[in-house]
Design a protein around this ligand. Sequence first.
Ligand SMILES: Nc1ncnc2c1ncn2[C@@H]1O[C@H](COP(=O)(O)OP(=O)(O)OP(=O)(O)O)[C@@H](O)[C@H]1O
Ligand SMILES: [Mg+2]
Length: 307
Amino acid sequence: MAEHGRDGTWLILNGKSAQQPDVREAVERVRASGHRLDVRVTWEGGDGQRLVDDAVRAGISRVVAGGGDGSINEIVAGLMAHERSARPALGILPLGSANDFANGLNLPLAPQPALALAVSGEVRDVDVGMLDDEPFINVASGGFGAEITTSTPVGLKRLLGGGAYSLMGMLKAWNYQPFEGHLRWPDGEDRVPLFMLAIGNGSQAGGGQQLAPSAKLDDGLLELLFVRHFNSLGELKRIIDELENLPHDGHFVRYLRVPWVEFDSDGAFPLNLDGEPRRYHRFRAGLEQEAISLVVPERSPLLGRDQ
Ligand SMILES: Nc1ncnc2c1ncn2[C@@H]1O[C@H](COP(=O)(O)OP(=O)(O)OP(=O)(O)O)[C@@H](O)[C@H]1O
Ligand SMILES: [Mg+2]
């Protein structure tokens, strides 16, 4: 199948999963069904991006990212380093621990159906988020979510599921400190002690937390969710209520849809970019519209335009 005069598919597989028998079997099945599929395996960070460069040079029309959100992010970064017209299409074989992007898209998770779709499914043009000059395809999430979900095995969802009382206790035990931050977007700004912040091109992060439930990959917009810091159990209960409705101008919770947002922090604010931890004093998040051709399942919740 030729896309823009290029041909061939590469599976760029995270080496962590290279020896998984079900992955090997999925590759064999796809080949047996008549697809030419070459496999390239990563050894360490940075390899994904280099292998995309190789694929572009080799005139490959489609790359399949075999790995978790971090692997997808690296491959997207590899694609974005090339001109739009030179970028191979992207399929996904979800092999991570969380697979938040694949789950948000509603992709099949079992290697066989996932790879079959990845090599032969229809593609759609999707936006790619840019945090300064670094791409993210799914979610940038920071503050509480970034620190707690990466430094402990307990996710926000489980904490909230455990109730406000236990969350309050844990925050006290951790001596959780909010970040003073100034947020600016096209028609507004706010200075807040931040509890958490999420910027969504996709919808979920941190292992199934729906931080940007109305996110679409093809709407030219980012979803911006931020939660003001709180000091009492009563305030936390109000946050949990507001998180149910995601008001655009709540007392603690604001949920907005914006083409860009700028952030200035007094400290080095922890932010996960597609699940990979970073710290920033300031950044600007925006997006490049219709930046890559992504293989999507039928009726994906992340696609808004008529499907
Ligand atoms: N051969 C390898 N062995 C171990 N780690 C690797 C290998 N190749 C690349 N990596 C590292 O794997 C990381 C990406 O992991 P990935 O996000 O795909 O999996 P995950 O964290 O289990 O999934 P998820 O983010 O969905 O929970 C990259 O940071 C990269 O440095
Ligand atoms: Mg990861």
